[in-house]
Design a protein around this ligand. Structure first.
Ligand code: PEP
Length: 253
């Protein structure tokens, strides 16, 4: 079971999907479906250009807004970048940092991810720090080393205290968008490792930080994942684009 004082969290990562025509009915269904029986905090992370629209649709639904990325600088000559302050202007409370697609497709290094985490933290946004291993790394028995490296880069730049205002998402790269989910036991093992790694620096912070699982979470497998001791919710890609699936996942949390 989840620790009683870690509120579950479910975050929707829409990635580069949607249009005004699809977002409006999707949000309508989510707002209607999020009832009092949903105990989890729900975060919607649309593409940047839809933040304003989603912010206005969210209204008093209780769901909150997040972004999928941010710049490592405050402001200036960085064409195409979006700063933490800009995200705050649009009521964002969360921002995904170091998603594996950013690391793999856009060359984001551990150092850059740590810089982005620091920017979010400094601005008062809560970073959702993604960590996860490739299939080859898992097969070579390197999962713990990879996760440790990714976490340590952020701890050494930002300090352990910064995790007082952060969420971690364990997303094995081989499970993202592939339909192949980690078993609850595989995920739990890594989540427990993440908590232990943080506990080396600060046990209270390690115990309080929420650790989400991401990687082909669906309505049909969410519950078994979320009942594991160190899994505090999910970061949901594909299934977050379907209101019924996403609502079922939110209820499972
Ligand atoms: C993600 O984008 O973070 C993700 C976990 O995607 P999916 O749920 O589609 O695997």
């Amino acid at each position: 079971m989840m620790s009683s004082d870690r509120q579950p969290l479910v975050a929707a990562n829409w990635k580069m999907n949607g249009s005004l025509d699809t977002i409006r009915p999707l949000m309508g269904k989510l707002i209607e479906g999020i009832r009092a029986d949903v105990k989890a905090e729900i975060v919607i992370c649309p593409p940047f250009v839809y933040l304003a629209e989603v912010a206005s649709l969210l209204g008093r639904s209780g769901m909150v807004l997040g972004a999928q990325n941010l710049a490592r600088h405050d402001s200036g000559a960085y064409t195409g970048e979006i700063s933490a302050a800009m995200l705050l202007d649009y009521q964002c409370r969360y921002v995904i940092v170091g998603h594996s697609e950013r690391r793999t497709l856009y060359g984001e290094t551990d150092v850059l991810v740590a810089e982005k985490f620091a920017q979010a933290n400094k601005a008062g946004l809560t970073p959702i720090l993604c960590v996860g291993e490739y299939l080859e790394e898992r097969e070579a028995g390197d999962t713990d080393n990879v996760i440790a490296r990714q976490l340590d880069a952020v701890i050494s730049k930002c300090s352990i205290e910064s995790f007082d205002q952060a969420v971690i998402a364990y997303e094995p790269v081989w499970a993202i968008g592939t339909g192949r989910t980690a078993t609850p036991e595989q995920a739990q093992e890594v989540h427990a490792f993440i908590r232990l790694r943080l506990a080396r620096h600060d046990e209270r912070i390690a115990d309080n930080v929420r650790i989400l699982y991401g990687g082909s979470v669906k309505a049909t497998n969410a519950e078994e994942l979320f009942t594991m001791a160190d899994i505090d919710g999910g970061l949901i890609g594909g299934a977050s684009l379907d209101a019924n699936d996403f609502l079922a996942i939110c209820r499972a949390a």
